[in-house]
Design a protein around this ligand. Sequence first.
Ligand code: ADP
Ligand code: MG
Length: 224
Amino acid sequence: MVNNIIEVKGLYKDYSQGRVKALRGINLDIPEKSFLALAGPSGSGKTTLLNIIGGLDIPDKGEIIFETRSLKNMDELALTKLRSERIGFIFQQFNLIPVITALENVELPLEILPDYSKQRRRDAAKDILKRVGLEGMENRFPTQLSGGQQQRVAIARALVKNPAVILADEPTANLDGETGNKVVDLMKKMRDELGTAFIFSTHDQRVMDRAEVLVHLVDGRIQS
Ligand code: ADP
Ligand code: MG
């Protein structure tokens, strides 16, 4: 039997005192190890849904069940713990810290976790940078890397703590087509090797084609 890592139940979210209906009743079961794309035009609710799944935003109605626990019943401390241990985030703009090296960027999420000595952090960061194909580039600063390489660092940073799921909001939107395809292929390889589920938003057809499950959002509803 496959377990659901995330269950989205009856999610509604308005903005601007109800004038903008970003989500209008989303239900979705996401099995562990999924490779799932949220597709849809700009404004369809992709970012809102990802933010609520990741506990960064709160729905008006409905709830997220994360590994059998409802986010609704968690206080800020429990949510922070969940995010720092179980969820990795990847962004369109990579969001690396420019004044520290690739290796230091990847080590960073481990610094707030217990049980990681300096040496263990370094070893884990080096290992994951190697897995994403950046061996030998550990000491470069983000500006010394191409866009595709920066996004690989961001993938390594998201994976280093061995989370259950990675949430990626338009991870290829700042990359050219071929580089974007390679980044998605890398995410799938990481899913295969490490078992991490990936949920990513996109409006790029080539990225959708690479997903195993495709969820279409239109005006805050799931179309298919
Ligand atoms: P997508 O990521 O698919 O482009 P979003 O989730 O960002 O869609 O947005 C869904 C709708 O909610 C859009 O109409 C957007 O303008 C609106 N929206 C998103 N965030 C806010 C906000 N903080 N305040 C007001 N409206 C918002
Ligand atoms: Mg968005």
